[in-house]
Design a protein around this ligand. Structure first.
Ligand code: AP5
Ligand code: MG
Length: 223
């Protein structure tokens, strides 16, 4: 399966993509995670991306398209992958279409996780993640079982993202509205877009995404 999780900052793309990878073995490809790793390594790409990320702007199409074009040809993507945070502009979507055509594959589905802006801001302000394994938590909505300790790997290095400050979040929301939201009609016109209500609890969102993707999912908690 080749699918895209689309949605604004804080919608739950990473949370759901990690779960889909764990439960259904669909490889998560997060351009945000790849770029943050490049910044942390201080690589050439990291140096080029850093300023835009810290300002809440998009990194150039050229950089992210090249990252994805190389990544999807690696062996662990042979059986499909789930794009989290890519494409984010119409130019990136066009480049993805061309890449998939080159390797004789096609996009199966695009799932929009829809969440209004006031909820996004609250979610982002409470986000913490494990610096060791990448697990994502929320101090308000989804805290780790033991405070300060990652449920998944037991690590105690729970951190906040540098771009999760109010000013940068505002700019990330502007970038979404102006540059990424046009992808909704782009994919709707291709008959690929499915919409999920991302304001529901994480398990219910998971159930709806599994149904939208046609993978076997867990029943939501109250049915
Ligand atoms: P990226 O890392 O992709 O960030 P983003 O799109 O801003 O999205 P987030 O990661 O903030 O949110 P998410 O939807 O993954 O939510 P999460 O699951 O963590 O990109 C960062 C930057 O990199 C960009 O600003 C840009 O500069 C650059 N970049 C990346 N890709 C690019 C591209 N293709 N082109 C150009 N530039 C690019 O959840 C958020 C919080 O909410 C968590 O705490 C979670 O526990 C909680 N939560 C999740 N679901 C629920 C729920 N249902 N109920 C309650 N809480 C929930
Ligand atoms: Mg994310």
């Amino acid at each position: 399966m080749i699918a895209i999780l689309l949605g604004p900052p804080g919608a739950g793309k990473g949370t759901q993509a990690k779960r889909l990878e764990e439960e259904h073995g669909i490889k998560q490809l997060s351009t945000g995670d790849m770029l943050r790793a490049a910044v942390a390594r201080g690589s050439r790409v990291g140096k080029l991306a850093r300023e835009a990320m810290e300002a809440g702007d998009l990194v150039s199409d050229q950089i992210v398209i090249q990252i994805i074009a190389e990544r999807i040809t690696e062996p662990d993507c042979a059986n499909g992958f789930l794009l989290d945070g890519f494409p984010r502009t119409v130019a990136q979507a066009g480049a993805l279409d061309a890449m998939l055509e080159d390797i004789g594959k096609r996009l199966d589905a695009v799932v929009e996780i829809a969440v209004p802006e006031d909820i996004l801001v609250k979610r982002i302000s409470g986000r913490i993640s494990c610096a060791d394994c990448g697990a994502v938590y929320n101090e308000y909505f989804d805290p780790p079982k033991e405070e300060g300790r990652c449920d998944r790997c037991g690590g105690t290095n729970l951190v906040r993202r540098k771009d999760d400050n109010p000013e940068t979040v505002r700019q990330r929301l502007v970038a979404y509205r102006e540059q990424t939201a046009p992808l909704l009609p782009y994919y709707d016109n291709k008959g690929l877009l499915k919409r999920v209500d991302g304001t529901q609890p994480i398990d219910k969102v998971a159930h709806d995404i599994d149904r939208a993707l046609g993978v076997v999912g867990l029943a939501p908690p109250d049915c």
